[in-house]
Design a protein around this ligand. Structure first.
Ligand SMILES: C[S@@+](CC[C@H](N)C(=O)[O-])C[C@H]1O[C@@H](n2cnc3c(N)ncnc32)[C@H](O)[C@@H]1O
Length: 353
């Protein structure tokens, strides 16, 4: 147990106060706080070190995938850099593993025994995270395959088009009893998902499109998750009054999902103040839009259905410093492809589009 920390504060306000007034180290204050929503613009490891043991009901973590390797991808018919930002650059296998171990271990300390953690990732990071979840003694409940029916095409034409992410769901304590809203998952309405059959058990493959334009009206995070995905996760694994923490808040999708479902307390943390600002805009819009028409699920589903039909749909609307490729870069690419006509043809078709 950490010293100088109030044990088991019962409401988020106590927790926030406690983090703020901790005299031992630099105090950390939320940059934004309501009764059920607190945002920190900080390093989540620093923030978590002020949390008491056994405090949180659920953690959703979408950590850096470490895939910003200067490659390129196709988005909206344009070639764009895959780079998301400095935070997403790999520092090499061992250092990446160490980073993941530190935060996954700290999440375990702050989760209640029956609390659960969700960790999303692609092959760039998910095997490291899965290994650590096992090493650190969590109990794995599921590994969800999030299938994206509108994933971006593969430009190289040399391997399969990546169209899924894995989301690990694990409980802190092997023996505790976790919460699962079986009924809502079985009998709820999931029109966006062509795999889920009404009235049948929810399976571990979820078909959910990447975020629709209506989810980006206030701006976009380069790796923003779909609200349908997070709403499902929050509904499945939390009950009214639960405290949810997202150590890699990004554009705040976890918090927005929690606010839309209601009766949950959310704590989000991100190093980047622009992403915190985006989250505040999204949250305030939801709070002022009591009918939730802004991210209306029917509207959202319609958009997703339309999106599924088109192949040049952004997987992520990524624009990094060197976002779009210049004409010179395109020409250089075409020249490098001159002995591979199929690639040249593919690029030409894509650019025409
Ligand atoms: C994959 S993105 C999360 C996207 C988010 N799930 C969404 O839907 O918008 C990861 C985020 O973690 C943030 N980040 C990286 N390292 C961090 C750290 N040590 N503490 C807090 N935030 C961090 C990055 O700034 C980035 O916004």
């Amino acid at each position: 147990m950490k010293e100088n920390i109030i044990v088991n504060p019962t409401v988020m306000e106590d927790l926030v106060e406690e983090i703020s007034t901790n005299g031992v180290r630099r105090s950390i204050r939320p940059v934004y706080k309501t009764n059920d929503f607190a945002l920190y613009n900080d390093d989540s490891l620093e923030l978590m070190s002020r949390f008491p043991d056994n405090y949180l009901d659920m953690v959703f973590a979408d950590p850096p995938y470490m895939l910003s390797n200067d490659g390129f991808s196709c988005q909206n018919g344009r070639m764009v850099s895959v780079n998301k930002g400095k935070w997403d650059k790999s520092k090499g296998f061992n250092e990446d593993l160490e980073f993941h171990e530190t935060w996954i271990k700290e999440c375990k300390r702050v989760l209640k025994p029956e609390g659960t953690i969700w960790i999303s990732g692609t092959y760039h990071s998910i095997y490291q995270c899965g290994f650590l979840v096992q090493k650190l003694g969590y109990h794995i409940l599921n590994d969800i395959a999030w299938f994206k029916p509108n994933a971006s095409p593969n430009l190289s034409c040399r391997f399969f088009t990546a169209s899924h992410e894995t989301v690990i769901w694990a409980r802190k304590d092997k023996k505790a009893k976790h919460y699962f809203d079986y009924e809502a998952m079985k009998n709820g309405s999931f029109p966006e998902d062509s795999i889920k059959k009404p009235g049948l058990q929810m399976r571990s493959v979820w078909s959910i499109a990447t975020p629709s334009p209506s989810e980006k009206v206030f701006g976009k995070h380069p790796t923003q998750k779909s609200l349908s995905l997070l709403k499902r996760i929050v509904k499945a694994s939390t009950k009214p009054g639960d405290i949810i923490f997202d150590p890699f808040n990004g554009g705040g999708t976890t918090g927005i999902a929690a606010a839309m479902i209601g009766d949950r307390k959310y704590i989000g943390c991100d190093l980047n103040s622009d992403y915190i600002a985006l989250t505040i805009k999204r949250y305030e819009a939801i709070k002022n839009d009591h009918e939730h028409q802004l991210f209306d699920s029917n509207k959202l589903n319609k958009e997703e259905t339309t999106m599924e039909k088109s192949i040049f749909i952004p997987e992520n609307d990524v624009i990094s410093e060197n976002g779009y490729f210049s004409m010179n870069e395109v020409v250089a690419l075409l020249r490098s492809y001159k002995s591979e006509p199929s690639k040249v043809q593919f690029l030409a078709d894509m650019l025409e589009e």
